[in-house]
Design a protein around this ligand. Structure first.
Ligand SMILES: [Zn+2]
Ligand SMILES: [Zn+2]
Length: 418
């Protein structure tokens, strides 16, 4: 009888263990997936076979299971622009088909768009507060989605402010005023409906109030402590799973209470004061104030998480790179030893009651928009919208009919147009 001696080689992936078992002759005879394993590789059985599981999430290739939540970080960085990290944006996709954007920070729409989700499914946005790094890319979702297939108005939920002028409704009303030229010129050619925004403003001071409840999903809000009155944190309950999205906040009693024992707790963890001084050009006084009083330091984040004990903690809101992440990680680990992700853009968490699987999304740099199932609304009939171009400007058109005429004729013929 052939005697096999197993020499397991274990490597850690996420919070789990993946072990490959070899025999004495060096042949691979099997593998173990220890219960906590996050992303299994498995065995490629022949030179022409596909890998049985993939470490990456390829958007548009994987159906969401009915009991599953997919959370995607579409922005995890700072107000200053960086190609590698957009500002705050979280996409939450539920197994019942609902999708919610929590914040839509500057630069984040390139990551959202690369997921190739029809714009009609991206019509619900929840704003934590009105700093540009949390809503600066609304223009891109609004106008880009309008031109690329959204058939109905955008819906935005957000907090009131201490005065009307500090609230979400005021901000969106004036956003639309600022983009009046954009809207008027599009309205002439496109249906005006997808260019509308419906705002649902709620009281920023109310604790754990329900701000959305449909289809088995409940979203609640409570005050956050950040920069001024108005910011909030959100929780999302669905199918016995709960995610908390902190927004920007100093550690506070409401988060501690309402995020206790949740499945996934997202909370900011900021740069260390030393990093703000060395890398962000702040004075020592400013760095200390911003890093420990306006925002949440790594140590304070650790205390929050070791108190609320989530199944999984996610820290973000810092430029995550070789030069920064270890000091932030060490600061957190002085106080918290539980499951943790320090988020970067395009990180993906698949969340079920049994498992939280963490991968990176691999999405195309040159994604096109994808149509959804709804028929696009009809463009306005001629003469029903004011023409935004006067005859004086139109009279300056130069004749290019000889150059483009044959191409236009061929196109019309190909598409049965008169
Ligand atoms: Zn902020
Ligand atoms: Zn922020």
């Amino acid at each position: 009888m052939k005697k096999l001696c197993s020499l397991p080689v274990a490597m850690t992936f996420g919070a789990g263990l993946f072990a490959i078992i070899w025999n004495v002759a060096g042949e691979r005879i099997g593998q173990w997936l220890l219960p906590a394993a996050q992303a299994a590789g498995g065995v490629v059985t022949s030179p022409t076979a596909a890998a049985p599981d993939r470490y990456a999430y390829y958007p548009g290739t994987e159906e969401l299971k009915p009991d599953e939540i997919r959370l995607i970080a579409c922005g995890t960085g700072m107000p200053a622009a960086r190609r590698d990290q957009a500002a705050t944006c979280w996409l939450v996709e539920l197994g019942n088909g609902d999708k919610f954007l929590f914040d839509i920070g500057t630069g984040s729409m390139v990551n959202v768009a690369a997921l190739m989700i029809p714009y009609d499914f991206l019509d619900k946005v929840f704003l934590s507060h009105l700093h540009t790094d949390h809503w600066g890319d609304l223009s891109t979702l609004w106008a880009g989605g309008w031109t690329a297939g959204r058939t109905r108005p955008l819906k935005i939920w957000g907090p009131s402010g201490a005065t009307r002028e500090m609230g979400t409704a005021y901000a969106v009303e004036h956003f639309l005023k600022a983009y009046n030229w954009d809207a008027q010129t599009r309205n002439f050619f496109l249906s005006a409906t997808p260019g509308k925004i419906e705002v649902k403003e709620f009281d920023y001071k109310a604790e754990n109030q329900i701000v959305y409840q449909e289809n088995g999903a409940t979203i609640r809000a409570w005050p956050a402590i950040h920069a001024g009155d108005g910011p909030v944190s959100y929780s999302l309950d669905w199918n016995g799973l709960k995610i908390v999205i902190g927004g920007d906040t100093f550690p506070n009693k409401w988060y501690i209470k309402h995020a206790a024992n949740v499945d996934v707790a997202i909370h900011e963890t900021f740069h260390t004061p030393e990093q703000l001084f060395q890398l962000y050009g702040q004075s020592p006084q400013q760095a200390l104030g911003v890093g420990t009083a306006v925002h949440t330091s790594p140590q304070a984040f650790g205390k929050v998480m070791s108190t609320i004990k989530p199944r999984h903690a996610i820290g973000y809101h810092f430029f995550n790179e070789e030069d920064t992440r270890y000091a932030i990680y060490e600061g957190i680990r002085q106080v918290y030893s539980g499951p943790l992700s320090l988020a970067v853009d395009n990180m993906v968490w698949n969340i079920t009651k049994d498992k939280i699987k963490i991968r990176m999304a691999i999405s195309p740099d040159q994604a096109w928009s994808v149509n959804g199932p709804n028929k696009p609304p009809k463009p306005p009939a001629r003469g029903t919208m004011p023409d935004p171009m006067t005859d004086a400007i139109k009279a300056g058109r130069w004749n290019v009919q000889d150059a483009q005429g044959p191409m236009i004729d061929a196109f019309k013929k190909a598409h049965g147009m008169k």
